[in-house]
Design a protein around this ligand. Sequence first.
Ligand SMILES: O=C(O)c1ccccc1NCC(=O)[C@H](O)[C@H](O)COP(=O)(O)O
Length: 217
Amino acid sequence: MRMAIEVKICGINSPAALSAAVEGGAALVGFNFYRKSPRFVTPEAAAALARTVPASIKRVAVIVDLDNEAIAALLAAVPLDMLQLHGKEDPTRAAAIRARFRKPVMKAISIAQASDLEAADKFLPVVDRLMFDAKPPPSMKDALPGGNAISFDWTLLAGRDWPKPWMLAGGLNPENLAEAVRISGARRVDAASGVEDRPGVKSPEKIRALLALAKTL
Ligand SMILES: O=C(O)c1ccccc1NCC(=O)[C@H](O)[C@H](O)COP(=O)(O)O
């Protein structure tokens, strides 16, 4: 039997969004600690939400180039199961974070062309998961490190696999998820903007729709 699609709903910042994700069957929920993101949550708000998440669902911290002191403070304040490195962390830094904080680490790799996938090989020995996310084009003003609602060419992943779990991210929504999965072959996916009404405002309806669809793929 085929493994069900695993979904991470990223940028959870309200009880309604969290309930929709939990009840809809998300496997992971992401809390965004990048201050410039419209999805930023304070550690206090994230802690209140994270404490209500069932143990079967992984609580992921999205962090961007944080130093050890900031990561330690975050982990002291918020119950978290995984660290998602979404900045310019290199393999040495990823390995150091994983060793020091003893949490599973997922490294996001920005993809625009086939050669961008080569970075995966360097991270594989030192992380627990990979995420392939869209690299914003240079013309995109005010681009964030992630959460830009843009997709990359899913055929770049077709027929590819890696020896650790990997997720597809970038502009996924209830309208394009089926196509993205069919073309890329991904069995783990992540969505932030595509389940929102506007940047930073999650739509419980869209979260439910994406998760219901994922169960059929
Ligand atoms: O979502 C953000 O605002 C964000 C900001 C800075 C770094 C990472 C960020 N998001 C991380 C995620 O896991 C997103 O879900 C992923 O980039 C896909 O986003 P989207 O294209 O909006 O679905």
